[in-house]
Design a protein around this ligand. Structure first.
Ligand code: ZN
Length: 312
């Protein structure tokens, strides 16, 4: 895919230039200091033509650390708990009911449910088959948090993490399933802390892909070094890390796709989130990778609207 050849893609670039970019769909913990105040086109070490270079608030470009190029060395990772071998969900998906308000929308068990700031989910929706990741992945990957994910995505995730570690990388999982109520709590936190930017720091409850239970936010130990700030997470420069670059090039092979690409803001409603990957199955992820588009862009172009947006 060529970069920014369509007016809406320029619009997406413009939005990134002027907006404080952060974690609309993702973060319950992102620091406001991760806000982005500038962007410029730049090539990366990946085969993708698009990611921008961004500058963190308060850090002039000349003061920023050089882009990391070295691969992290493998550490003595503790042995993973033997996975209980989850089996993939094969429940057939019924035809979705599209003639309902989005606030009443209970999607089926399929993997391609569109969630945007327009097409949300019911507060009553909770995905089936959630399992805790701590039993499947090493402690230093999940950081000890009791993150859950739908069973169908666990085996591919474990395979991907294993291969990343074998390549000398140190992927971290910062977030997985987030319930409607958990998203509401995160949203409220940002409304109180930064009311002017709450809309771009956290999605309203019902409008986060994390409620689907098939989404993982990844972290990298390199990020703090690159950004120059300790304990930083959910920063756009994740794409510069070894883990971010690897995911961009390889996640589709395991069925994961980047939900919010840089140039898809006006389609997804979310700013660039290079850490946010969603499991859609290998066939769809490969198709999206080859076409260079997001699942949301693909679905909205090929399917009727999934529900009737509620009145504001
Ligand atoms: Zn996320």
């Amino acid at each position: 895919m060529t970069m920014i050849t369509h007016p809406r893609r320029w619009f997406g670039l413009f939005c990134l230039l002027v907006a404080a970019l952060s974690v609309a769909g993702c973060s319950a913990t992102a620091a406001p200091s991760t806000a982005i105040v500038a962007a410029e086109a730049a090539a990366t070490a990946t085969s993708h033509p698009r990611p921008p270079v961004v500058v963190a608030t308060g850090l002039p470009p000349t003061a920023l650390p050089a882009e990391a190029t070295a691969q992290p060395t493998a550490t003595d990772l503790p042995a993973a708990t033997p996975p209980p071998s989850p089996t993939a969900s094969t429940t057939p998906s019924p035809t979705p009911n599209r003639d309902i308000l989005c606030s009443s929308r209970i999607p089926d068990n399929g993997l391609l449910t569109v969630v945007t700031l327009t097409y949300g989910l019911s507060r009553d929706y909770e995905p089936a088959g959630l399992v805790g990741l701590s039993g499947y992945l090493p402690h230093d990957v999940t950081l000890g948090y009791p993150t859950e994910l739908r069973r169908v995505a666990v085996t591919p995730l474990v395979a991907m993490i294993t291969d990343m570690q074998a390549a000398g990388l140190q992927p971290m999982i910062l977030s997985g399933y987030r319930s409607y109520s958990a998203q509401a709590i995160a949203r409220q936190k940002w409304l109180e802390k930064e009311p002017d930017r709450a809309n771009i720091l956290s999605a309203p409850a019902g409008f986060s892909e994390h409620q689907l239970g098939t989404v993982v936010d990844f972290g990298s130990p390199e990020l703090a070094e690159i950004v120059g700030q300790e304990d930083i997470e959910f920063h756009t420069w994740f794409y510069k890390t070894s883990e971010g670059r690897w995911l961009l090039d390889n996640a589709y092979k395991y069925g994961f796709t980047l939900s919010y690409p840089f140039e898809a803001f006006d389609i997804t409603g979310f700013f660039y989130e290079p850490w946010h990957y969603r499991y859609v199955g290998v066939a769809m992820a490969t198709q999206l990778h080859e076409e260079g588009i997001s699942l949301t862009e693909h679905q909205l172009a090929t399917e009727p609207p999934p529900c009737i947006p509620d009145s504001p």
